[in-house]
Write a protein that binds this ligand. Sequence first.
Ligand SMILES: *[C@@H]1O[C@H](CO)[C@@H](O)[C@H](O)[C@H]1NC(C)=O
Ligand SMILES: *[C@@H]1O[C@H](CO)[C@@H](O)[C@H](O)[C@H]1NC(C)=O
Ligand SMILES: *[C@@H]1O[C@H](CO)[C@@H](O)[C@H](O)[C@H]1NC(C)=O
Length: 654
Amino acid sequence: MLQITKFTLLLIVHFFLGTNSFYLPGLAPVNFCKKDDETDNCKSDVLLYVNRLNTEELVMPYEYSYFDFCEAKGDSKNPTENLGQVVFGERISTSPYKLTFMQNMTCNIVCTKTYRPGDSSSEYALKTLRKGISLNYQHHWIVDNMPVTNCRFDHYLKTMVCTTGFPMGCYIRNGRNLCPFEWDRTDAYFINNHVNLTITYHSGGGEDWGGQFQNNGGRIISVKVEPRSIDHNKLAKCNIGADPMEIPDKIPPQGLNITYTYSVYFIRDNHVKWSSRWDYILESMQNTNIQWFSILNSLVIVLFLSGMVAMILLRTLHKDIARYNQIDSGEDAQEEFGWKLVHGDVFRPPRKGMLLSVLLGSGVQVFFMTLVTLAFACLGFLSPANRGALMSCAMILYVLLGSPAGYTSARIYKSFGGEKWKSNVLLTSMLCSGIVFGLFFVMNLVLWSKGSSAAVPFSTLVGLLSMWLLVSVPLTFVGAFFGFRKRSLEHPVRTNQIPRLIPEQSVYTQPVPGIIMGGVLPFGCIFIQLFFIMNSIWSWQMYYMFGFLFLVFIILVITCAETTVLLCYFHLCAEDYHWWWRSYLTSGFTSAYLFLYCCHYFFSKLQIEDLASMFLYFGYTLIMVFLFNLLTGTIGFFACFWFIRKIYSVVKVD
Ligand SMILES: *[C@@H]1O[C@H](CO)[C@@H](O)[C@H](O)[C@H]1NC(C)=O
Ligand SMILES: *[C@@H]1O[C@H](CO)[C@@H](O)[C@H](O)[C@H]1NC(C)=O
Ligand SMILES: *[C@@H]1O[C@H](CO)[C@@H](O)[C@H](O)[C@H]1NC(C)=O
């Protein structure tokens, strides 16, 4: 079945994109060759793009042009970005570094920046550079759709560790020396104005390209960079012994020149296949062993829970039902006890039914968005090589899934006997999306006031707004129309006129302890995976193990459902029939643990001290927690809903 689905999807993609292979745009191999051998089939210019710079110490990334580096000359056009990239702050632009395939270069000058004393723009530019260095901002360069990596030998792990960024400089301050060299002063900033690029390529022969380019062409396998700081004013060439380039606090009277240089070495390596060129980057980012451990941990929880549920469903419940039906046919109907007692109240509409139905509608939207996005990611469509695709996919799916949201919300609301269908549709389409968009907008204002590149351009904001108002809202209306037109959901038992009195509850069956306990197990299933996700968001590491993530998602769904059903059963046995909101909140409480985890991550892993960054961190966290609450709450609710309908439809009630 899975094979067929995968095959169909590939066919669809194949059909729409019309490519020769199953590669998506930007993912097909590019052939390079020497300048003299250029044909339609291969090119000699190896383009280097620069992305925004970021740091773990602040949440605000900055564009390359924010700092006073060398600029690209001429009319070179920046590559177009997709929605996901724009919304999540990637800013890719062309760079002044010119590379030609298989042409080594040593100490090539890019440009020289001159700073004069007394000139305010010079002083400002130097101050920005110093600030960037002191906050440990990292460059992110891209060649042939691959991140340029900086590999070092890690003495602690005893292996090579490759990161996708490299620092724009280093500093010595307060007894801390982040530089790879010693210096005689204790307060100094140095800029990495030289880069040594090593480009490895796979040259012809074998595989899928029929022996083209035996010696004069190939495909790029990896690009590694070693940044260095070199004072070119003292020594003309990039000699190993050259002094580093210091950025002084005050511009010296004779002025200051910073010269940017680069060296390029092309190295042939036919051992690595083009198709596995991402492996070395991804391998050094995530540990498969920990992933397996995480899955194992989750599976143990699921097995434990499933055991409990199975026991209850098969033994206790069976016994209950048999006994109830026996009593019924027998003489004494007064001996009823347990969950059957509340049959006249379980389907009594809850208070604030409108809000609940709206949250459930949006929850369904988030659930299907997550499910489909993860499924696509598993099939490899949204790999890290396809930048921004994951987020674009999620956003577009969210917008398109307005109809299920409207439909669900309408049906639930109608079954509560709600009359105000107009408010219901409006709220379903506006409330949750509005909260997310509002938070996003406020954070965008902060980013914008800080001049950060992550601030979404006005046109994109308008685009997002119109996607919401012109596509999502109408789709929600369509869904709601069909939802309201359907007959109201029939409940298996009738609701009595007069509500029953709920007996005094023990500590365990009171609402709040139950809800707090409810979130523990689902959270226990996901927290190891969460660590990787948080790293990919805040430490800018790549996340690619979507197979694991999909499994964890399924496990999360199962645990949420089972915990809620279990607690729901206990509560009904204690004759407490207020289950509507409680089932939503029980599994939804997982998001409260998520929030606590985010706080823990903030204090233990990140070194953010800046106020605006803190605001941004918690703003994004809030969005995440809110969406997660919708997701988990909805899962719990529907599991419980299904369970209750099932058990009350098998007991005989007169
Ligand atoms: C740059 O890399 C090349 C090749 O790996 C190496 O031979 C050279 O010493 C490096 N140069 C500098 C300045 O680091
Ligand atoms: C900086 O460069 C300019 C022009 O290249 C030169 O005239 C000037 O003397 C240089 N300044 C220093 C301090 O080296
Ligand atoms: C470029 O430099 C590398 C490393 O020094 C060397 O192995 C290679 O042969 C050089 N390539 C050319 C075309 O000179």
